[in-house]
Design a protein around this ligand. Sequence first.
Ligand SMILES: Nc1ncnc2c1ncn2[C@@H]1O[C@H](COP(=O)(O)OP(=O)(O)O)[C@@H](O)[C@H]1O
Ligand SMILES: [Mg+2]
Length: 263
Amino acid sequence: MATQQYTGGALLSVRNIGVRFGGIAALQDVSFDVAPQTICGVIGPNGAGKTTLFNCLSRLYSPTCGSIHFAGQPLLQLQAHQVAALGMARTFQHVALFPALTVRDNVMVGLHANAEAGFWACGLRLPSMRREERALEERTDAVLEELTLLGVAQRRVAELSFPTRKRVELARALVSRPKMVLLDEPAAGLNHEEVDSLRETLVRIKTEWKAAVLLVEHHMNLVMRCSDQVVALNFGCTIADGAPDAVAANADVIAAYLGGEAA
Ligand SMILES: Nc1ncnc2c1ncn2[C@@H]1O[C@H](COP(=O)(O)OP(=O)(O)O)[C@@H](O)[C@H]1O
Ligand SMILES: [Mg+2]
């Protein structure tokens, strides 16, 4: 497996990034650090710039200013697939899977991110590569088990409920053994029990899978209960960054949410 050992300080370091869409400044001045194996919640009203931030991190967008370092590397010099290979995986706000493929095949797509030899070995089925193929299958099984998807592994994604599809997306992100997963509103559309189970999964991603989680979420209870750090955005700027309790009590954060409700 082509994972690199990372021994530095902050795993992710975002400095003064800005993004413009025509006349709109989607991000103006966003800075924060995330330590390895921690959960960082990213909150903010609709339009605050959360998804744009994710799109910068996964290199779908290029910021107009600022810098991003991930695992010690200057991220903005890399392409999207190189960011994935470095150990950053993501899910999308709107589920993005292959509906006609099985759950297992959708999850195995995630292996492509950091196992070049393994991916081609799967395709070519060379005898010398079988051992690696077996290891990748075991890794896929472990992720399917973690997300209670073994029972539906051979079902096509198109046949599954929305919450199950969201677990498949998370499995696909996790199977590459990332150093960080970016999750864009994973609790949206989930019921109370499903959110509880998601919270337990997020904590296990940190403790068992040894990955950091960057969690964009409107579900405040979830964010406040599982995050080690919360970053609050409003109008494209960082308005608070700290422990969940401190951010929840921050006057600018309260004003941003009250303003949102009043609007
Ligand atoms: N591709 C785009 N083209 C133009 N404007 C965009 C685009 N993506 C986002 N925006 C604008 O940037 C701002 C931030 O959006 P977004 O990052 O989606 O916010 P959030 O995810 O916090 O709701 C909004 O004003 C939105 O309309
Ligand atoms: Mg969004």
